[in-house]
Write a protein that binds this ligand. Sequence first.
Ligand code: HEM
Length: 155
Amino acid sequence: MKKISTISLFIFGVVLTSILTAGLVFYQDNKTSKSSLFKAKTVQNVTSSTNTSTTKITPSNKTMTLNMNEISKHNSETDCFMLISGKVYDITSFFGSHPGGNSTMAPTCGTDATNAYMTKDPYATDSTSGRGHSSRAKNMLNDYYIGDLNQTIAL
Ligand code: HEM
């Protein structure tokens, strides 16, 4: 009788150990595949064509190169990119809030708006005429910065 109980106990121990081992292996496996999934979603780098800075992008690999051809496509109040002093800004969401009104900014969408921004005159041909924006306005620009001219950015 004692022998039978010892054998049963041994079998129970073996079964229990097997179940626990299988559970542990399954758990580890699951963890590994989750982490490789995460790795697949981890960002990659795209290098700017003009400088060595890198931009993080998602695996969709959708990018946009901020050259003049691209900027010129975003030329309306509902989709407005501007180049100001070599930096590209997506000003679209600022329409409706600009203290100088929409009509002053609208003609400069899709263009090199450096002179317009420096002078507050949308049709300025140089940056010296007119009055410049305040430092508050200059700080606001940071909120709309999307990249440097010719930089490739992630979408
Ligand atoms: C590039 C085309 C732009 C033109 C032609 C333009 C023109 C003007 C004009 C006529 C005024 C009103 C006059 C005045 O208050 O002195 C003004 C004010 C202002 N604009 Fe613009 N603007 C432009 C872009 C921007 C952008 C991109 C920002 C910021 C993201 C901005 C921010 C402001 C601010 C904060 C004011 C209030 C006055 C100041 O702080 O200088 N503007 N702008």
